[in-house]
Design a protein around this ligand. Structure first.
Ligand code: UDP
Length: 325
């Protein structure tokens, strides 16, 4: 079976291509390489192009004859979306609409969509159940919610089958050391802590030390990227088995504070991480943790990695990744 992976040169997309390949499936990567990396496409071919180019997307879908789509390609930086909303609506909404239209024309019926816990906005309840009201507080979150709405109506009206996966905090690196996280500029906590530990940048700024949490720093649900990749594979099989379209949380149900993460890195790295307290980052809720039990049951999917596994695999990647970066 052949699977089109949009954004397959990116962080989660590349790990998912590896999982597809290991399961005997054949990934075809569609990526504009705006944030992804050519070196990360190690399984399957790369089609270099942009989802905003409707004609090209239509042609790719007709010619590749895939059995399903996993759609990662999107702009995914909340802060950037607050400064450039237009970019987010163009890439994430117009791009997704082009893809869905091209799928219909090519007769491709199954799609797994990268959504985000950003669709919930400030949660009223933690852990966050999947039925929690969706009230995004950033253009990024809004575009992910719009993607989910398009899926729902393309399902109702055109018979598309879909799974929307609402990620919490993707983290960690390929356990074999073949892939890892690499953004430019980097804004995510774990790579920043690693780079600070390695002396590649200054101290980690701890965004907010007066949150209403046990240690005063914000709590997030960090999930290993290899566990995420496996969930995508299961979601695709769920659709191929003819089961229902559904939105699901992808988290562990366990929260860790910024200080927990720093301590875990210090333990693995065997050295102190330089750090300084800083103001809260605009739009950051105090606590985001998934209620993900329903997802595990529905997809028959088990988590294999905890925070220590995340930090260990990420540390190996950051320490040894010089050949690529
Ligand atoms: N964070 C931090 N310092 C940084 C980057 C992030 O304290 O330099 C905090 C951030 O406020 C949040 C958590 O770390 O509470 C995770 O942030 P990240 O950007 O990795 O993911 P997000 O939760 O925003 O998707």
């Amino acid at each position: 079976m052949r699977v089109l992976v949009t954004g397959g040169a990116g962080y989660i997309g590349s790990h998912t291509c590896k999982a597809l390949h290991r399961a005997g499936l054949d990934p075809v990567v569609l990526d504009n390489l705006s944030t992804g990396h050519r070196w990360a496409v190690k399984w399957g071919t790369l089609l270099h192009g942009d989802l905003r180019d409707a004609q090209w997307v239509r042609r790719v879908l007709k010619e590749t004859r895939v059995d399903g789509v996993i759609h990662f390609a999107a702009s995914a930086n909340v802060g950037e979306s607050m400064a450039d909303a237009r970019k987010y609506f163009e890439n994430n909404v117009a791009g997704t609409l082009n893809l869905l239209g091209a799928m219909l024309e090519a007769g491709v019926r199954s799609i797994v969509f990268s959504s985000s816990c950003a669709v919930y906005g400030i949660p009223e309840q933690v852990p966050i159940p999947v039925e929690h009201p969706r009230r995004p507080i950033s253009p990024y979150g809004e575009t992910k919610l719009m993607g989910e709405k398009m899926l729902r109506w393309f399902g109702e009206v055109h018979g598309l089958s879909w799974v929307a996966l609402r990620y919490f905090n993707a983290a960690g690196a390929d356990p074999d050391g073949e892939l890892g996280e690499s953004h430019d500029p980097e804004t995510h906590l774990i790579p920043l802590v690693m780079e600070a530990a390695l002396g590649k940048r200054g101290p980690v700024r701890i965004f907010g030390t007066d949150y209403p949490t046990p240690d005063g720093t914000a709590i997030r649900d960090y999930i290993h990227v290899a566990d995420l990749a496996e969930a995508h594979l299961r979601a695709l099989r769920h659709l191929w088995d003819g089961k229902e379209s559904v939105a699901l949380n992808l988290g562990t149900g366990r929260g860790h504070s910024v200080l927990d993460v720093i301590r875990a890195v210090e333990a693995v790295a065997g050295r102190p991480v330089p750090q300084v307290p800083a103001d809260r980052r605009a739009g950051d809720p105090p606590e985001l943790v998934a209620d993900g039990a329903g997802t595990r049951a529905l997809l028959q999917w088990e988590l294999r990695w905890d925070l220590n596994g995340i930090v260990e695999t990420a540390w190996r990647w950051h320490k040894d990744r010089a050949p690529h970066l």
